[in-house]
Design a protein around this ligand. Structure first.
Ligand code: 0O2
Length: 251
């Protein structure tokens, strides 16, 4: 292998590029986290319930990036890494119910500055081992001082039950060096199916509860608006009717 010596100036340029490279993923995560937080708050106010249980994000370590590039035999350039390793920025969103996963993913995917690069629906088509989750590769523009950089972000969206299974399966798989006996792989798959059934059951309870709550809405509550724990009284109906969106008056 040819040995290269970088001079001080070259090293400085390289360090700036590497910093920009890694920062672009951090900025992409910040942007997407803000978008998710806005959707979460809006959902809370409008539907009076929060579909997002937990959000975590990470930038892949340089060591894992290098391993992935080597494993796949891709070129070892920043351009090639940017194009081929699409999970350098990763966000995992845990939702309450399966339907929330699709509502949230649709709301994200329809935003104008987001491009959907790839969708893998392991909920409708679980992996052979039982793994369930919705994976999206999104591309989001980051406006820097001298350029606009489109950055890939991998978004994994799953329910608490899917997340519980995936976390423990990952632990078991790696703890035993990916060497799990056949009968235990079968049991893991059974456990994934039990988790899926639990998701269905919880979603059914939620639907029934929500329908029941709609029927029970207190007369007083109907004329209140609650924002940031502050309660505002609404004016009487003759005034309110002017604020109605015209389309909703047609029903
Ligand atoms: P980490 O540390 O979680 O990032 P690719 O990532 O594109 O090379 P693949 O398999 O095409 O590989 O991507 P896919 O199917 O979208 O899965 C990528 C990520 O999903 C994995 O990341 C895991 O986080 C998760 N995942 C996929 N399959 C399983 C599974 O069977 N069990 C569990 N527990 N998690 C899974 P990484 O790269 O493995 O690591």
């Amino acid at each position: 292998m040819t040995k290269y010596e970088l001079n001080v100036k070259q090293l400085k340029i390289l360090k700036t590029e590497l910093t920009r490279f890694m920062m672009s993923y951090k900025f992409a995560l910040q942007e997407l986290n803000t978008k998710i937080d806005i959707l979460k708050q809006e959902f809370q106010y409008i539907h009076d319930y929060n579909p997002i249980e937990h959000v975590s994000s990470r930038v892949k370590s340089p060591e894992s990036i290098v391993n992935k590039i080597q494993r796949r035999g891709n070129d070892f350039t920043l351009e090639s890494i940017r194009e081929n390793v699409r999970d350098i920025a990763g966000i995992r969103i845990t939702c309450s119910f399966e339907s929330d996963i699709y509502t949230l993913s649709e709301q994200l995917m329809q935003q104008h500055d987001i491009s959907v690069v790839e969708t893998k629906d392991y909920i409708k088509n679980p992996k052979p081992n039982g793994y369930r989750s919705l994976h999206l590769i999104l591309s989001i523009p980051i406006f820097m001082s001298d350029r606009v950089q489109d950055v890939y972000v991998e978004v994994q969206i799953r329910t608490i039950a899917m997340d519980f299974w995936a976390s423990l399966e990952h632990k078991i798989y790696y703890k035993y060096n990916k060497n799990v006996p056949e009968h235990l792989l079968k049991e893991l798959k059974d456990a994934a199916e039990s988790a899926a059934l639990l998701d269905q059951k919880m979603e059914k309870i939620q639907h029934e509860m929500s329908a029941w709550k709609d029927r029970q809405t207190d007369e007083d509550e109907r004329y209140e608006l609650i924002i940031d724990n502050e309660t505002f009284s609404l004016p009487n109906e003759s005034i309110l009717v002017n604020l109605m969106p015209p389309s909703s008056l047609r029903d």
